[in-house]
Write a protein that binds this ligand. Structure first.
Ligand SMILES: [Zn+2]
Length: 252
């Protein structure tokens, strides 16, 4: 059972995916040229995590539940969490900062997959956007803007410690993979629906699970390691206002 999505859907989704490629590069450029502070990182990851949790709980999960029912949506959310978690544990993966909250240059040599957790979740972010667009173009546009905005501080947080230890090559590789991951995710999401339309809500709920996991497993502990939980909380509060603004601006 194949569905042919209109070709305008493919084009629009790919164009929207480039919003986040651009914001990924912007976040990395900020880390290289503008500011390198732990305060800015903690504030930024609070904001990033906040946006991911908000769109997961208020957009992706309700849309998937409405479409596929509570049972299937929950299974997909849990699968999203489990698969991302499993990849975290299978692939050697080091956190960027130690318990005392300082950068760990000595570990970076073995930790070329340091940024792995963040790059990994960019793929489901592509699902979140593409499959939301198929469910409803206005939801897709809302997701594309929200994800693009949250990428700036997230990529910034990933890049600052790498900039600090002057691993330029690693930084460019991480930025490249990160930028590429969302368009790749978007294409996977589109192709999946081409093969089976029921996969659309599954992919949305799966993306929600992956983003919830990354927010809690990766971003929150990062703020704790920097000893800046209050800034993380402030960033999350700001994300609520930005999200409300977005839902008001993007026609539903
Ligand atoms: Zn993210």
């Amino acid at each position: 059972m194949f569905t042919d999505l209109p070709y305008t859907t493919y084009i629009t989704v790919l164009l929207l995916a480039f919003l986040s490629v651009f914001s990924t590069l912007l976040g990395v450029a900020l880390a290289i040229y503008v500011v390198k502070s732990e305060q800015a990182i903690a504030l930024g990851i609070g904001f990033s995590a906040g946006i991911m949790l908000l769109v997961s709980f208020f957009e992706l999960v309700p849309e998937a539940v409405g479409d596929a029912g509570m049972g299937l949506a929950l299974v997909a959310v849990v699968l999203g969490m489990l698969i991302v978690a499993a990849l975290h544990w299978i692939i050697p993966h080091t956190h960027l900062v130690d318990e005392k909250g300082s950068f760990r240059p000595n570990l970076l040599r073995t930790a070329y997959l340091v940024a792995f957790g963040l790059i990994l979740h960019d793929v489901p972010e592509g699902f979140a956007m593409a499959n939301s667009y198929i469910a409803s173009p206005s939801l897709g546009i809302l997701m594309a803007i929200a994800i693009a905005i949250h990428n700036v501080p997230e990529e910034f947080a990933m890049a600052v410690p790498i900039v600090a230890v002057k691993k330029r090559r690693f930084l460019y590789t991480a930025a490249f993979l990160s930028g590429l991951a969302e368009p790749v995710g978007a294409i996977i999401g589109l192709v999946a629906v081409h093969f089976h339309p029921a996969l659309n809500s599954f992919f949305m709920a799966f993306a929600a699970g992956a983003m919830i996991f990354v927010s809690i497993h990766e971003l929150l502990p990062m703020a704790r390691r920097y000893h800046k939980i209050h800034l993380f909380v402030l960033g999350s509060v700001i994300s609520v206002f930005v999200y409300m603004l977005l839902t008001a601006v993007v026609p539903g």
